[in-house]
Design a protein around this ligand. Structure first.
Ligand SMILES: *Cc1c(COP(=O)(O)O)cnc(C)c1O
Length: 419
């Protein structure tokens, strides 16, 4: 059973000040989860989480994570600018971009961010653009092929296709890149890889770590590079469906520790720091999209029309992603009705749920759409002139604080040329 982190009574108070729809974030849950992550990797003195800003680019969320010891992972100019404005210092910023415009390398370098190169040709591009190669630098590795974990009769627990992914350097290019970077003055090296997305397996990070640790030992032997950090990037998932098991971050941290002891320590590389760039794992469960039922429609199917739409949460419409829905006030009622829950876009894919079993719904009900804290508001857009909603933080003392106002029609009109 998925339980909202907010009660109907709390929501009824919040909607007096802030009209639906809005994204609500759970400060307590975010902080506790960040602490559990740091606890899980406390065996590694240099461990740092660089929160993937793209998942939830809200300054107040970034500040809250900063207070918990997190840095930021940026992949664009505006993400770098936002991180700078939020007070993140050079060493707290990872810049993991691809197809990178020159101006973004310039800003990343000016801020002192750690640059993670996505391609071998970016070495010369970076050198030309900023006039030097930073002393500390990282390269993104793409081993190609398929990446699988945990084969059973039902298939693989994790399966992804690095061979089809546009990111990173091949294994021979990694050697060449480290040699070239050393010649150009780099002194401290990192290795990054992102092999699978939204994994629900405590084995993903340990398996990825083992690949990167072995690669690090080889690269050290081949090139003499001093490798000081290994970046496991994102990819640790969350259970969007109520029947899915959640990852256990303590077990994950312990699995990475074992690989570290087995591979890096015997190679004399016990000064390597572990980095992560988690987005979804840090925020998704701690966000709800709160929306009100406007209409009910009885045609060939039963429809419930709400005041949010795919412009507020795109994942169901574009990936067919499942997001659990709770009808507030009827949390424990039997789910004995079948509904499609829809938004108002002139797009038939604008459905938060299709053929979903839910308790009986009435006009005016408040619905909580779960696990929208990452890649939710962030992926918002303005199609059909639907505007991006407010973001509200449910603070630890139970009070609500507006952390982004809703867009207004004037915001929507502001970029148009009228005369
Ligand atoms: C998207 C992204 C992440 C975060 O991924 P999650 O699945 O949200 O954890 C981390 N690193 C990079 C480079 C990314 O592009």
């Amino acid at each position: 059973m998925k339980k909202p982190f907010v009660t109907l009574a709390q929501l009824q108070e919040i909607v007096k000040d802030y009209p639906t729809p809005f994204h609500l974030y759970d400060e307590k849950g975010i902080r506790e989860n960040a602490r559990a992550l740091y606890q899980a990797f406390s065996w590694n003195p240099g461990f740092k989480e660089y929160f993937a800003v793209k998942a939830t680019p809200n300054p107040q969320i970034l500040r809250l994570l900063h207070e918990e010891g997190c840095g930021v992972d940026c992949s664009s100019l505006t993400e770098l600018m936002m991180s700078d404005r939020c007070g993140f210092k050079g060493g707290e910023i990872m810049f993991s971009s691809n197809d990178t415009p020159a101006e973004e390398f310039v800003l990343a370098d000016r801020l002192g961010a750690t640059i993670n190169l996505d391609d071998i040709t970016h070495i010369d591009f970076l050198q030309k653009t900023i006039g030097h190669i930073p002393k500390k630098i990282s390269c993104r590795y793409n081993p190609g092929g398929t990446f699988t974990l945990g084969e059973s009769k039902e298939g693989f627990q994790v399966m992804d296709n690095p061979g089809d992914a546009k990111y990173g350097l091949t294994r021979p290019q990694m050697t060449e890149a480290f040699q070239r970077l050393r010649e150009l003055g780099a002194e401290e090296f990192g290795i990054h890889a992102f092999l699978a997305s939204n994994t629900l397996s405590n084995e993903y990070y340990p398996a990825l770590a083992a690949i990167l640790f072995r690669t690090a030992v080889e690269l050290k032997e081949e090139t003499g590079a001093h490798i000081t950090f290994i970046n496991l990037s994102g990819g640790v998932g969350v259970p969007y469906r109520p029947e899915q098991p959640a990852n256990d971050i303590a077990v994950i941290g312990e699995g990475v520790r074992r690989a570290y002891e087995e591979i890096l320590v015997p190679a004399g590389m016990e000064d390597v720091s572990i980095c992560t760039e988690l987005g979804r794992f840090m925020l998704a469960p701690y966000g709800h999209l709160v929306t009100k039922v406007l209409h009910q429609k009885h045609i060939h199917k039963e429809y419930v029309g709400v005041d949010a739409c795919a412009a507020n949460l795109m994942r169901p419409a574009i990936y067919g992603a499942y997001h659990h829905i709770t009808v507030m006030g009827r949390e424990d009622a039997p789910r004995d009705r079948k509904y499609d829950v829809t938004g108002s876009l002139c797009e038939n894919s604008d459905k938060f749920a299709v053929d979903r079993m839910l308790p009986e719904i009435h006009i005016g009900d408040l619905l909580v759409i779960h696990d929208t804290g990452a890649h939710g508001h962030a992926m918002g857009y303005q199609y059909n002139g639907r505007l991006r909603s407010a973001e509200i933080l449910l603070q630890e003392d139970g009070s609500a604080r507006l952390i982004r106002r809703a867009e207004t029609p004037e915001d929507y009109f502001a970029t148009a040329i009228w005369d």
